[in-house]
Design a protein around this ligand. Structure first.
Ligand code: COA
Length: 173
């Protein structure tokens, strides 16, 4: 049976196989520790009965006023555990926490080429809010979609009205 539980420091010794995917961003240790320290409730892991990490989600809550929102920083499931509904479950946890924190919306950035993830987020009710030009560095650089889903606090669903013009990373609020 799969266990969904909070991520802990030791998990960083065990999640390399999940990150070995070109579409999964890998960060420095201090970045993960910063999330664990500030937003532990937003860092959840799916573990198999043999204690293998199947996938994880890492996020945070930030913003002021009507920009107060939950953010998905990383979501990854190891190839052998895909299409089991794990990502959906991890997203549900993050959305529930964001609802409890009275966020207006949840957002995330995704590579414009990541058709699988875009389709998954669309099925979960996310829509493209704006395009962020050259958000992902590398060769070549790649644009990101900033996708959003309004939560119940955003009664008028103002947070998801799409922007017409693309923005640059330095223009993000
Ligand atoms: C995107 C990713 C997290 C999905 O994880 P997952 O656990 O396989 O997703 P789920 O099983 O919860 O699938 C949810 C839905 O997404 C869609 N989906 C997932 N994988 C898909 C695929 N290979 N092809 C088409 N649709 C797919 C389906 O609609 C699916 O629902 P369904 O199985 O009922 O049809 C996983 O493929 C992954 O880790 N990819 C690499 C990292 C990544 O791209 N992360 C997102 C960065 S923003």
């Amino acid at each position: 049976m799969t266990t969904l539980r909070p991520f802990c420091c030791d998990d960083m010794f065990k999640f390399n196989h999940v990150n070995l995917d070109p579409l999964t961003e890998t960060y420095g240790l201090s970045f993960y520790l910063q999330y664990l320290a500030h937003w532990p409730e937003y860092f959840q892991v799916a573990e198999s009965p043999s204690n293998t990490i199947m996938g994880y989600i890492m996020g945070k809550a930030e913003g002021v006023g009507e920009n107060w929102h939950g953010h998905v920083t990383a979501l990854a499931v190891a190839p052998e555990y895909r299409r089991l509904g794990l990502a959906n479950q991890l997203m549900e946890i993050l959305e529930d926490i964001s609802e409890k924190k009275c966020c207006y919306f949840v957002d995330l950035f995704v590579r414009v080429s990541n058709a699988v993830a875009i389709s998954m987020y669309s099925n979960l009710g996310y829509c493209v809010y704006r395009t962020v030009l050259q958000y992902y560095s590398g060769t070549p650089e790649e644009d990101a979609y900033d996708m959003r889903k309004a939560l119940s606090r955003d009664v008028h669903r103002r947070s998801i009205v799409p922007l017409k013009d693309p923005v640059r990373p330095e223009d993000l609020d």
